[in-house]
Ligand binder design. Structure first.
Ligand SMILES: Cc1cc2nc3c(=O)[nH]c(=O)nc-3n(C[C@H](O)[C@H](O)[C@H](O)COP(=O)(O)OP(=O)(O)OC[C@H]3O[C@@H](n4cnc5c(N)ncnc54)[C@H](O)[C@@H]3O)c2cc1C
Length: 302
């Protein structure tokens, strides 16, 4: 398998931010991945890197990137996908088989591992909807376990993977047969809506900065608080979506966190709502980053 040393993690995150790690592994088969985890259970896992803010100071210890693990197979209405399969690929794969349930995956770059970890959702579809089971590496018992839907504790932006105990190797989903034109129409509606409101990947970003609070939308609150298009130097809030931060080219993790703090404070001052970050922070913190994360994350992360 490919192994790289002193690797800049900005190369594997969609925000294009992230300092060095000592070693990064790119396993090519599930067996290789499991063997790697057996020898190094604490490796930090990166899928498509589309929900990550990695410190510009870097990340201590090793990292594994799952992007080569992209095997997909079909068993009736069931799709079995390795953790590194990109959602948009799976969406198209399902569409070709006239299977409905993955239309929302067309619209964002997350891998299956990351999508299950976050219970990623869009356009009223959730990763948990079609989820049947996953083969996971259990870091506590150093063994492979099968987790069924009831083991996953799925909720909005939440799954048992967030405890850090399990690494998803591959997962089984059950979809429903549907008319091809219905599937295509839904996929193209999902894509068109995005193009109107979200930055293209040409502007490095990590999707929504904050989760929606109960019965409201973080984007709506941030917009009303005047944050749409707010320019903060190296980073900026997107012009047509107030919950997206873009890296203008030379941003650091501190730039992003400073802007997230401003966004958080604005909504708190105006509406007395404390937004919880959606984007996951990882790595070595500067003193200032520690201060900001104490406000943004430690109080908020569930
Ligand atoms: C333009 C854009 C649009 C987006 N739109 C949406 C949207 O509509 N809805 C939505 O929900 N999200 C959206 N996102 C955010 C992001 O794509 C999702 O959160 C996605 O699920 C993250 O998957 P990933 O593979 O990129 O995970 P990463 O960012 O690589 O990792 C996220 C977390 O998952 C963990 N992880 C990854 N793989 C595994 C594994 N195999 N086992 C255990 N843990 C693992 C990582 O350790 C990390 O903690 C968007 C992002 C972008 C850039």
């Amino acid at each position: 398998m490919e192994v790289k040393e002193d690797f800049e993690l900005s190369r594997v995150t969609t925000l294009r931010i992230g300092g060095p790690c000592e070693k990064i592994f790119f396993p090519e088969t599930a067996d290789e991945f499991i063997e790697l985890l057996n020898g190094n259970p604490d490796l930090f896992v990166i899928g498509s890197g589309s929900n990550l803010l990695i410190s510009s100071k870097g990340l201590k210890g090793g990292v594994v990137c799952t992007k080569q693990l992209k095997k997909v197979s079909l068993d009736g209405n069931r799709i079995i996908a390795e953790c590194g399969v990109p959602g948009p690929f799976l969406s198209q794969f399902a569409a070709k088989e006239n299977l409905s349930g993955f239309e929302f995956f067309i619209a964002f770059p997350g891998s299956i591992g990351g999508n299950v970890y976050m219970n990623a959702s869009a356009h009223n579809q959730f990763t948990s909807d079609c989820f049947v089971s996953a083969r996971c590496y259990d870091r506590e018992t150093k063994s492979i376990v099968i987790l069924n839907k009831q083991d996953m504790n799925f909720a909005y932006k939440q799954s048992v993977l967030q405890t850090g105990r399990y690494v998803l190797i591959d997962a089984v989903f059950e979809l429903e047969k549907a008319a091809p034109d219905k599937i295509e129409e839904l996929m193209s509606r999902n894509l068109t809506g995005r193009k109107q409101t979200q930055p293209s990947m040409a502007y490095p970003n990590a999707g929504c900065a904050f989760k929606n609070p109960p019965n409201d939308s973080a984007g709506r609150l941030l917009d009303k608080a005047g944050m749409k298009g707010y320019d903060d130097g190296n980073v900026k809030v997107w012009d047509t979506h107030a919950n997206f931060i873009i890296n203008k080219g030379n941003a650091t993790s501190t730039d992003v966190l400073e802007l997230m703090l401003k966004m958080y404070n604005k909504v708190k001052e105006n509406y007395n709502i404390e937004l919880a970050p959606e984007v996951i922070y990882a790595g070595e913190m500067t003193k200032r980053e520690e201060e900001i994360c104490r406000v943004l994350y430690q109080k908020n992360q569930k």
